[in-house]
Write a protein that binds this ligand. Sequence first.
Ligand SMILES: Cc1cc2nc3c(=O)[nH]c(=O)nc-3n(C[C@H](O)[C@H](O)[C@H](O)COP(=O)(O)OP(=O)(O)OC[C@H]3O[C@@H](n4cnc5c(N)ncnc54)[C@H](O)[C@@H]3O)c2cc1C
Length: 430
Amino acid sequence: MENYDAIIIGAGTAGLCVAALLANAGYKSLVLEKQKWVGGRARVVHKNGFIVDYGVHTLRGNYRKVFHPLGMELHKLRLPFLKGIILEDRGILHKLPKISSLIRAKTLKIKDINLLLRHLGRLTLFKPQKYFNISIKQWLDGIGADQRLIRLFRVLSMIILVCPFLERASLGEFLLTARHFLTGLGHPKGGFRQIHQCLIWKIRKCGGIIQTEQKVDEIIVENGRAVGVRIAGKEIRSKIVVSSLPVQKLHTIIDESLLEEKYSTLIKNLRPTAGISVDYGLKEKVYKEVMFLVSNPDVMGSFTSNIDPITAPKGKQLVTFFNPLNVEDVKNREKAKGKLNLLEKKIFSMFPKLSNKIEWKRTLFLEMVDGVELNINQTQDKRPDVEVPNISNLFIASDSTRAEGAGGDIAFSSARMCFDRIVQTQSRNF
Ligand SMILES: Cc1cc2nc3c(=O)[nH]c(=O)nc-3n(C[C@H](O)[C@H](O)[C@H](O)COP(=O)(O)OP(=O)(O)OC[C@H]3O[C@@H](n4cnc5c(N)ncnc54)[C@H](O)[C@@H]3O)c2cc1C
């Protein structure tokens, strides 16, 4: 029977981050990943010479919470602020940041800008947390916004929260996340692979072990304390266990009767973001744009190889677009396929040279994009903590915890929060 200080279940972004922090702090660490590959929902694949992220994967600022204490830096390509972005609104394409063209085409009116400036200023009087329970739609209605501003906020909420559903998107989470978005948006060179490679290097350098194709069947709990895991009948013991599965899935690897009923209900009912993602590898480079946004249907897209040329072979082009949907609509595959047809029609009408240059295509119907949708019922204060109630030495690092950020940024900050908590509790217990 082997003994470790820490077993980390899952080698997605959060699992690798917490493992690197623990290994670096001297914890004898073992990472167990069920798949052949690492990276989880941010895995990267190589296809015909292209380097393809799992969907549009942009980076905000929270990776620093892990990388800086590890003494590491990322090679991050900054996205030019608004430049190179095309906004489609009711059939008209606008090159941003030309606000004047938005006004000419009646996408925005001067009075909208005045209204916004007046009310956005007021919002800064209080901390964003004060607005957690207010939906963006409620706020827009309250300030007397009309359809033009509602359309604009649908697009903003789509890119900032992956949630164009304004009637439930949290205004407080929107304000918190927008700050990171404006200051830290970028693309890791070579995609999220760079992040995972750095973390793997650090884990191994510090004596940590990463094993793939090791599906954990069960977390072993004795006398209210996590003491290891079971894989195919074999026990591996450790002082602490970190689960980095989306917290909604925790009950699949633990005897559910050990979880508090209230906690169990909370985690099982967390609502993720969802949608359809399509990548095209193009035979030729046909467009110069960087990103595109569509207001109806909601689409965000990226000419990734125009941001990071190494993602496509010379002379070729990588394009990815994403349509956020309600998870129920993705689960209904017939409905989702219908939506996909409409989306492709829209994209090909915006970029007509695209359709006959396609070398390969990948379509993903995604029932979980970000672990939690940042809606008014799932704001930071209402999401699960990084410690599991009633079970000591069992921790969670995942993008569905109460750590701050959105999507991958929650994965990074949850890993840091989890590590800090482990260090705190272990110095108390040992
Ligand atoms: C298409 C798409 C686009 C996205 N775009 C962005 C973006 O632009 N910016 C951003 O910040 N975020 C983005 N995200 C979200 C981001 O990818 C996730 O927030 C992040 O990858 C979550 O990491 P995680 O480690 O919490 O979970 P996961 O990546 O889900 O990791 C969990 C790991 O646990 C493993 N596992 C599960 N069960 C077991 C078991 N029993 N035993 C062992 N291992 C197990 C899984 O295989 C997986 O590797 C996007 C996600 C998707 C799907």
